[in-house]
Design a protein around this ligand. Structure first.
Ligand SMILES: CSC[C@@H](O)[C@@H](O)C(=O)COP(=O)(O)O
Length: 356
């Protein structure tokens, strides 16, 4: 089982400890969350981020809220509603909250607090096991790729879907860590992922894990794919519609298009809980708009490693900032889940069966 170099989230008595991802990749800082509001803010401001980790944190947040404020219906419904409103696209958030609600609502209030911690901890444990299973299925797939001579196997990814985004090995990077453990010569191409630069987190966590990697500007991906510099593209997903259309961090769609043009397989890796049979296709997936500031500025550190935000666009510049895009199922070679690799067409069939 993959062991996280630093836990991304853990319970510490009646509070939560998170690895603050807004301080990365410059500083490794843990942050304590003591209240429901602090948990909601940590998700909204991306101190914790990545679809599976958001779901795990929300589940723990419900348990924390009941512990602090009481476990009557009113407090339970308040916690569920507040957490559900933190971020719109990642469906794992709603999946985790629905699972908590399904367990807690039928219980009498005095039994809810202990049950909430048990349920949240089970969700977290499942996530770690799920990542390992994704890694195993992804490894089989990597082993089946045509051999290259003269260079390592190269996986291109986007955003961060590694251990930082989960409680285990990650989703898109789980096959990479499994390949590393199996002794395969492997290298990762990570794109910076403007405007929030989650690709820097990917480069950071790969360095921590000793996996060779190369950081590229987002705009370099198409060129590299067309020149055969990657053997496969694997990204995560925040929500997968019933027909296989997949929402992931903005910029994923361009990689899928370029991979198709270059004849390179494009895979999504995600837990089954990312499947949303309530969204018939990608058009139904809500896309988060994070506002102009993130596009018009850039975050870095000064000489003392203190975070600073630099304005890079002239004042008053209009900007659009959709945080996710939807890759049509037709561009996706397969979806690597803990249950195996699923062809997008098979999802549509399952959906059709459910409708009957
Ligand atoms: C592991 S979630 C899928 C990721 O590739 C990705 O889109 C992602 O991490 C987005 O999360 P974000 O929370 O916006 O940083």
């Amino acid at each position: 089982m993959f062991v996280q170099p630093v836990p991304t989230l853990c319970r510490d008595g009646d509070s939560l400890l998170i690895l603050d991802q807004t301080a990365l990749p410059w500083r490794r800082e843990q942050c304590r969350l003591n209240t429901l509001d602090e948990v909601a803010r940590a998700i909204r401001t991306m101190q914790v981020r990545g679809a599976p980790l958001i779901g795990n944190t929300a589940a723990m947040g419900v348990a924390l809220a009941l512990t602090r404020a009481g476990a009557e219906d009113e407090q339970l419904e308040h916690a569920l509603t507040l957490l559900a409103a933190t971020r719109p696209t990642a469906v794992n958030l709603h999946w985790a909250l629905n699972r908590m609600a399904g367990i807690l609502r039928p219980l009498p209030a005095p039994r809810r607090m202990a049950a909430a911690w048990d349920a949240a901890e089970a969700i977290c444990a499942d996530d770690a096991a799920t990542c390992d299973a994704i890694g195993r299925h992804g490894l089989a797939l990597l082993r089946g790729l045509p051999a290259r001579s003269g260079r390592p196997l190269r996986v291109m990814t986007h955003c961060n879907a590694g251990w930082l985004a989960t409680l285990g090995a990650g989703t898109a990077l789980a096959p990479v860590y499994a390949a590393q453990a199996a002794g395969i010569d492997i290298e990762v191409i990570a794109s910076e992922t403007r405007p929030r630069n989650q690709g820097l987190l990917t480069a950071w966590e790969l360095r921590e894990a000793g996996v060779p990697h190369m950081l590229i500007a987002d705009n370099a991906a198409g060129h590299l794919l067309m020149h055969g510099e990657a053997d496969v593209v694997i990204t995560g997903a925040d929500r997968i519609a019933a027909n296989g259309d997949s929402a992931n961090k903005i910029g994923t769609l361009l990689k899928a298009l370029a991979a198709r043009a270059a004849g390179i397989p494009f895979y999504i890796a995600a837990p089954y809980s990312t499947l949303d049979f309530g969204s018939p296709d990608g058009a139904a997936i809500p896309i988060e708009d994070r506002g102009a500031d993130e596009v018009c500025s850039s975050i870095g550190v000064d000489a003392r490693d203190e975070a600073i935000s630099l304005r890079i666009a002239p004042a008053g510049t209009r900007a659009a900032n959709p945080a996710f895009d939807v890759t049509p199922a037709s561009l996706i070679t397969g979806i690597i889940t803990e249950r195996g690799v699923i062809a997008p067409a098979a999802l549509s069939a399952t959906y059709a069966e459910r409708q009957e």
